[in-house]
Design a protein around this ligand. Structure first.
Ligand SMILES: [Fe+2]
Length: 400
C-alpha cells in the first residue's frame, strides 16, 4: 500500500480518467476515513461527489461506519498540510476543544490506539489558534449567533442557477444559527410594470416565473437538506437553523397583480408562493423583523410617507436609529456608529446575491458587489460583518 503522501502525489499527477486513479482515490478515501476524517470532508478534499465517496466507503466497510474520533491524534499528525489549511470539520474542532481542556499530566503519551498524544499536547500554534477561534465562534449563548444574510437572488426562467448552489453549500458548510433571506428571490419579470406593453415583456409567463423561483429555492436549500438527511442517517444532531424570509418588492408584484385582478386572488400572490413549504418564516413586505437587536427588511421606508429611505448606510443608520440590514440596492455599504450608551450599531445594505447581468443596467451598472454577508457573533444589535462575494463562493463551492 502506498504511503499517504505518495498517494496524494499520485492522485494529483496522474490522468484522472485512468482506472488506476479510480482505485487510488478510493484507497486514499479509505486511508483518510481510517484516520477519523468525516466522509463529507473526504469528498471535499478529494474533490469527488459525496455520493461517490460514500458508495466507495460503504462498499469497503459493508455499510456506514462512524468516523472514529479516538483517532483524531493520527488525523492531526499525518493529515496533508493542505487539509489543515482548510477549515477543520466541526467534529474535529470539538475533539480539539475537548483535548484543550485536559491538563498536561492527564494526557497519556500514547492513547489506546497508539496515537502519540504528546504531539497534540505540544500543539502547533495553528491548532491552538483553531481551538481559540472555535470557542469564539461557536460557544452557544456565550458569544452570539451566526447569521447568514442573503438578499436579491433574483431568480427568473432564463438564468443559470449555480450561484444558488454555492450559497447553499456555504449554508451546509458554516451552518449559521439563523438564515435571513431579505426578499426579491422571485424576480417576476412577467409582472414588471416597467416592461408592460414593451417588446421586452413578450413571452413572459407568471407560471414560468413561479416555477423558476421554486426551482431556485430548491437549489439553494438542497445542500442543507442533504446534510440533514446524512445527519439523520448517522443518528447525529440535525442542523436546523431559524429561517426568515422578508418579502421584497419583486414578490410584492404578485400581490399587487392580485389586488388589480381580484379574480386571481389565491392563485397569484405572496401567500400562493407558499414559502413556508421550504421552512421559511415569512414577514410581509416592508415589515421589519428584529433578530438579536438588528432589524431586517427588504428596504426601510419612512412611516409617514411610505417612501424608501435613501442615502448611505451611515445616513440611514442615523435616521432609523437602530441596527438594520437590507438589500434592494445593488451595493455593499456597511456602517458602524457608536451610541451614547457605550454600544455600537451597524447598518448594512447588500442587495445583489446573483451572478447574471441585468440588461436594463448596462455594463457599468452591472459592475457592483455580488454576494452574501455573514453576521458573526451577532448579539445585542451588533455583529462582526463578513461579506462573501460570489467569486469566492464559486472558487470554494463551484464544480467547474
Ligand atoms: Fe428590491
Amino acid at each position: 500500500m502506498y504511503s499517504l503522501t505518495m498517494m496524494c502525489l499520485l492522485f494529483k499527477e496522474r490522468d484522472l480518467n485512468t482506472t488506476h486513479i479510480t482505485r487510488e482515490w478510493k484507497e486514499l478515501a479509505i486511508t483518510l476515513a481510517e484516520q477519523g476524517m468525516s466522509w463529507r470532508k473526504i469528498a471535499k478534499y478529494l474533490e469527488k461527489p459525496k455520493s461517490s465517496v460514500s458508495d466507495a466507503l460503504r462498499q469497503h466497510y459493508k455499510g456506514y461506519v462512524k468516523p472514529n474520533r479516538d483517532l483524531v491524534g493520527t488525523y492531526v499528525s499525518t493529515i496533508p498540510s493542505e487539509v489543515l489549511e482548510a477549515e477543520p470539520s466541526k467534529e474535529f474542532q470539538e475533539k480539539l476543544l475537548a483535548l484543550e481542556t485536559m491538563k498536561l499530566d492527564e494526557v497519556p503519551v500514547f492513547n489506546k490506539n497508539g496515537v502519540d498524544m504528546t504531539r497534540i499536547q505540544q500543539g502547533s500554534d495553528k491548532i491552538k489558534k483553531m481551538v481559540k477561534m472555535h470557542k469564539y465562534n461557536t460557544l452557544k449563548g456565550a458569544i452570539g449567533k451566526r447569521l447568514l444574510f442573503i438578499c436579491d437572488t433574483q431568480v427568473k426562467p432564463e438564468i443559470k442557477r449555480d450561484y444558488l448552489s454555492w450559497i447553499g453549500e456555504l449554508i451546509a458548510d458554516k451552518q449559521p444559527d439563523i438564515i435571513v433571506h431579505a426578499g426579491d428571490h422571485y424576480d417576476f419579470p412577467s409582472l414588471s410594470s416597467y416592461d408592460k406593453g414593451k417588446a421586452s415583456a413578450e413571452g413572459k409567463r407568471v407560471k414560468a416565473d413561479i416555477d423558476a423561483g421554486n426551482e431556485g429555492m430548491k437549489v439553494l436549500l438542497t445542500p442543507m437538506w442533504d446534510l440533514q438527511k446524512q445527519q439523520i442517517a448517522n443518528n447525529e444532531e440535525v442542523y436546523s437553523p431559524r429561517m426568515v424570509f422578508t418579502v421584497g418588492n419583486h414578490e410584492n408584484r404578485a400581490d399587487r397583480f392580485a389586488e388589480d385582478n381580484p379574480e386571481m386572488q389565491g392563485l397569484v400572490g405572496v401567500d400562493a408562493l407558499n414559502l413556508e413549504q421550504f421552512g421559511w418564516e415569512v414577514a410581509p413586505f416592508l415589515t421589519p423583523v428584529e433578530i438579536e437587536g438588528v432589524f431586517f427588511a427588504h428596504y426601510f421606508a419612512n412611516p409617514m410617507t411610505g417612501k424608501p429611505y435613501g442615502g448611505s448606510a451611515l445616513s440611514m443608520l442615523k435616521t432609523i436609529g437602530r441596527s438594520f440590514a437590507m438589500g434592494h440596492r445593488q451595493v455593499l455599504d456597511i456602517a458602524i456608529r457608536p451610541t451614547i450608551d457605550g454600544k455600537q450599531q451597524i447598518g448594512l445594505i447588500a442587495g445583489a446575491a446573483y451572478t447574471h447581468q441585468e440588461g436594463y443596467k448596462g455594463v457599468a451598472g452591472n459592475n457592483h458587489f455580488r454576494g452574501v454577508v455573514m453576521f458573526n457573533n451577532l448579539k445585542d444589535g451588533y455583529a462582526n460583518l463578513c461579506p462573501i462575494n460570489m467569486e469566492y463562493l464559486e472558487l470554494r463551492y463551484g464544480t467547474t
